[in-house]
Design a protein around this ligand. Structure first.
Ligand code: SF4
Length: 370
């Protein structure tokens, strides 16, 4: 059994609450650096609670008003977690990885090429630009893919050679266990599939590391075979939100790819990668009802797709920075039934070969798998 499956109901509840309300830090520099901007959930920091590492918002306006405070870590790296003034648990922060101290021959810091997520996942945005981000009118309103680039914390395009070099170092120096390759969407009909294939091929030639690729559904389902043949072990195609009106409102550009295309692509991808090895992100708290999210999750599980439901994090600098994060009650109302469905379908986070569903740090979903 994994540490997550062993969690007490109280720890599981605490994690769900922390991920909704965020955390205030007495020492913002404790442990590995927090993550700001970039693709996907961000403005959060890796925190270990009861042996399980999760990502907790620390830079959002919700977090600044959180009832939870982490005290200054002691000499063993342990911090008291306070709710108000009352200590309720001991937490710690994963240490900065050793590969962050290195740079390429041409002077690019490894941390600008890929970053450590949670405690043992290497993650990168291969292409840090996106057609959906070019127009603020069409952009996905929750996304901060351009912010880390503008702040000089990353480079626009990571070459396969750079990724292979960093992946090898992260495995050898820090024991990284799997890798996430995500990408902004380029203006090509493959939606970035070729870039992901080239990257995975180079990484697999350098080091044994299970890889998840993430992109929009490519124009042609034959890409899934090519991706698998390049060394990609699992695939993420992210719905983000599930109701047509919410899709139009929150991600007007990406909503041009209809839900029906996602469903077709999921089916074709599961035939290639296998049941439970294809996943999707669903950001709870952006307007979809709990019933809509649970109904979509049921449909996805029936197709063999792992619905990775995470609480929406309102990232500073995005159009949704003031949108409230979902309440812990709302999160429990979606995670509990979906966790039970995943358990009944024997589709577990622990059985995923690589990627966000396996990492699970951005959601407490896997602790609800029964
Ligand atoms: S769930 Fe995905 S985005 Fe979140 S920390 Fe893990 S690898 Fe990173």
């Amino acid at each position: 059994m994994s540490a997550r499956e062993n969690l007490s109901a109280a720890s599981r509840q605490l994690m769900t609450e922390l991920q909704s309300t965020g955390l205030r830090l007495v020492d913002p520099h404790a442990g590995a650096a927090s993550r700001r901007g970039g693709a996907g959930p961000s403005d959060h920091k890796a925190v270990t609670v009861d042996g399980v590492t999760i990502m907790v918002p620390v830079h959002t306006s919700t977090a600044w008003n959180s009832p939870f405070v982490a005290s200054q870590p002691d000499i063993n790296g342990m911090s008291a977690l306070l709710r108000g003034a009352i200590p309720i648990a001991n937490i710690s922060f994963p240490k900065p990885p050793r590969f962050y101290a290195l740079q390429t021959f041409d002077g690019v810091p490894y941390s600008h090429i890929a970053t450590l997520h949670s405690k043992d996942v290497l993650a990168t945005t291969v292409l840090q630009t996106c057609i959906r981000y070019e127009s603020r009118r069409k952009t996905c309103k929750f996304c901060a893919i351009g912010q880390s680039l503008a702040a000089g914390r990353t480079i626009a395009r990571k070459t396969p050679e750079q990724l292979a070099e960093v992946a090898r170092a992260a495995v050898l120096l820090d024991g990284v266990k799997h890798m996430v390759l995500t990408t902004g969407t380029p203006p090509t009909s493959d939606r970035g599939a070729q870039l992901l294939c080239d990257s995975a091929f180079a990484i697999k030639a350098a080091v044994h590391l299970p890889i998840q690729a993430q992109c929009e559904p490519p124009d042609d389902d034959r890409w899934f075979e090519r991706m698998k043949a390049s060394g990609i072990d699992t695939l993420g195609m992210h719905l983000e939100v599930v109701t047509p009106e919410v899709r139009e409102r929150v991600m007007p550009g990406k909503a041009s790819v209809p839900l029906s295309r996602y469903m077709e692509a999921f089916k074709a991808a599961v035939a290639v990668f296998g049941r439970g090895q294809v996943s999707t992100y669903i950001l709870a708290g952006l307007g979809d009802t709990a019933d809509a999210i649970v109904a979509m999750a049921r449909e996805l599980i029936d197709l063999g797709v792992y619905p990775f439901v995470v609480p929406f994090v309102p990232i500073s600098g995005t159009p949704l920075e003031d949108h409230p994060a979902p309440t812990p009650e709302f999160m429990r109302s979606v995670l509990a039934p979906i966790g039970a469905m995943l358990g009944a379908a024997a589709m577990r986070s622990a059985d995923i070969k690589a990627g966000c569903g396996k990492c699970g740090a951005c959601s407490s979903l896997s602790s609800y798998e029964e």
